[in-house]
Design a protein around this ligand. Structure first.
Ligand SMILES: C[S@@+](CC[C@H](N)C(=O)[O-])C[C@H]1O[C@@H](n2cnc3c(N)ncnc32)[C@H](O)[C@@H]1O
Length: 287
């Protein structure tokens, strides 16, 4: 996400109204608002914390159910209740998950196949539901250029921070340079797209049933209150189908129904996920 990354990210956060920074929680089946405060984890991070607080419109000292914290490991979001799951952050460099993402597979991975990666073919991709950027990173590592779109300002901030930290890493830096982040709603952004259409648009909207791995569970405990269930996925699929030149890919839990609307041309099934492919045009290898 180089190529003018910080100015682009500065611009993206202008789209977010500070009053939007509340977390929506499902409580007794109803949506309720939860509060978020900004915290610095050590005096060395006070300045960074106050900058984030200002950009995101978060209070620094306030009663809150969640905290966006800045510390040695970067920006992270944590639920403050007792027995809550640990913090989530976007981390492309350290830990087992980053390692697996970095060394875990080549063109044969489901995500790569679904996006149309083949020898000599590295599609230009828009990941319109970027989340913490994990799927996008898999594609960037294999050589694709990506635009990532994330509408939730807190998730987008975590992703921005993760990408920024990764840029400094000798090995991972060149990969995340291929990842450009835009904040905002992908339905609007795809509908107003200017310039060359992306070859592939990748969608992974939230869905009530998700995979049960410990990691996903922990992240989903925080993600779901934040992002909700992405009920507008049909409109997003429609915008993606209108714009993509070669294919739209939708990641779903294996047993979930396809997104309402046009039906996929074919399906790739994995252990816990499924990829619904909406083909528009065949890829041609370069050279
Ligand atoms: C399941 S998560 C995606 C996880 C991601 N694939 C990853 O690998 O980290 C879905 C994300 O899509 C975002 N999202 C859903 N609909 C969107 C839209 N119309 N525009 C932008 N972001 C959207 C949600 O805020 C949420 O962060």
């Amino acid at each position: 996400m180089q190529r003018g990354t910080s100015s682009r990210i500065d611009r993206l956060l202008e789209h977010f109204e500070p009053s939007f920074i509340v977390i929506f929680l499902m409580m007794n089946g109803k949506l309720a608002k939860a509060t978020v405060r900004m915290e610095s984890l050590a005096p060395a991070f006070d300045l960074a914390a106050s900058k984030w607080a200002e950009r995101l419109g978060l209070p620094i000292e306030a009663e809150a159910e969640f905290a966006l914290q800045v510390g040695r490991e970067g920006l992270q979001l944590i639920e403050l209740a007792q027995n809550a799951a640990g913090p989530i952050r976007a981390d492309f460099v350290t830990g087992a998950v980053a390692h697996r993402r970095l060394y875990g597979g080549g063109n044969g991975q489901m995500t790569a196949k679904a996006a149309g990666i083949q020898p000599g073919i590295r599609p230009v991709v828009v990941d319109a539901t970027a989340g913490l950027g994990r799927d996008a990173f898999v594609l960037a590592r294999l050589g694709c250029e990506l635009t990532l779109i994330e509408r939730h300002p807190l998730i987008s901030a975590l992703l921005e921070d993760g990408l920024q930290r990764a840029l400094a890493d000798r090995e991972v830096g060149p990969i995340v340079e291929r990842m450009r982040l835009i904040g905002g709603d992908a339905i609007d952004i795809l509908s107003a797209w200017n310039g060359e259409p992306p070859q592939v648009i990748y969608l992974d909207p939230m869905f009530p049933l998700r995979e049960k791995s410990a990691l996903v569970k922990k992240e989903m405990r925080l993600f779901r209150p934040l992002a909700g269930d992405d009920d507008d996925a049909p409109a997003l699929l429609e915008a993606a189908l209108t714009l993509a030149s070669h294919r739209v890919v939708v990641k779903r839990p294996r047993k979930a129904p396809a997104i309402t609307g046009e039906q996929p041309g074919y399906v790739l099934e994995g252990k816990s996920s499924r990829f619904d492919i909406y083909p528009k045009k065949t890829f041609k290898a370069e050279g």
